[in-house]
Design a protein around this ligand. Structure first.
Ligand SMILES: Nc1ncnc2c1ncn2[C@@H]1O[C@H](COP(=O)(O)OS(=O)(=O)O)[C@@H](OP(=O)(O)O)[C@H]1O
Length: 231
């Protein structure tokens, strides 16, 4: 049976019962999924989810935190075009090179910090880290890991993806029926504004120790230090 998915717009975790009540009933052989990216950085989320269901499997998609910050900013900019530039928001004091780690676009990318909170409640074996970069370059490969992690048969494979040149991203096709291929919407894969290379450089330096800590904690090297430039 297909996994049942809770809508991402679920009210935020307000308490154990509040959340359980909005989840659909799950039958034998079904998996209920809930997708709220902000839970990863919500202090109370691990404790609450753990007290609701200790055996919950957690999937976290992570990408280079510098690109993530720019993506986050791009999303806000699309809704509020009047906000200051990324370069302005990124610093507490630009002359001193002091990064503003309290700005959510930057803080969310300190993955090691957030993961520490989750590891107080869940073993690493219950968490799958998906590489946001490989999700674009090898979606079938990443989806194979997701399906294995969830104990599902590998139903989604290479044949379900094609690279859409116009979109610049992989899109989905359903080879089993004749329905039209589907790409993600306009809000995914926007062009990022060009950011001052010096600011990128400073952010890379800022994140490096946290990235290294994250690689050690997860046992996975996401190779964000190897990337030459951000799009
Ligand atoms: N197949 C495909 N199509 C389009 N976009 C893709 C795809 N795979 C991954 N991505 C990347 O997903 C990024 C948007 O995801 P978000 O994490 O912002 O989504 S969410 O709003 O938090 O759910 C989005 O980030 P931006 O490029 O900054 O928009 C994409 O880079």
């Amino acid at each position: 049976m297909p996994p049942r998915q809770q809508h991402p717009q679920t009210p935020p975790l307000q308490g154990k019962l509040a959340n359980r009540n909005v989840m659909p009933k799950t039958l034998d052989g079904q998996i209920t999924m809930e997708k709220t990216p902000s839970y990863f950085v919500t202090n109370e989320a691990p404790r609450r989810i753990h007290s609701m269901a200790k055996d919950t499997k957690l999937i976290v998609v992570v990408r280079n935190p510098v690109t993530r910050a720019i993506s986050d900013y791009t999303q806000t900019l699309s809704k509020k075009p009047e906000i200051p530039t990324f370069e302005v928001l990124a610093f507490k004091n630009r002359t001193l090179g002091l990064i503003d780690a309290s700005w959510s676009a930057i803080r969310i990318g300190i993955y090691a910090l957030h993961l520490e909170n989750w590891l107080q409640y869940f073993p690493l074996s219950q968490i799958l880290f998906v590489s946001g970069e490989r999700l674009i370059t090898d979606p079938a490969g990443e989806m194979a890991k997701v399906q294995d992690f969830l104990g599902l048969k590998r139903i989604v494979t290479e044949k379900h993806f094609y690279f859409n040149k116009t979109k610049g991203f992989p899109c989905l096709k359903k080879p089993e029926d004749s329905s039209a291929p589907r790409c993600l919407g306009k809000s995914k894969g926007r062009t990022h504004p060009k950011i001052d290379p010096d600011v990128i450089h400073r952010l890379r330096k800022f994140y490096k120790p946290f990235n290294v800590m994250f690689y050690q904690m997860t046992g996975q090297d996401f190779q964000w230090e190897q990337e030459e430039s951000d799009k």
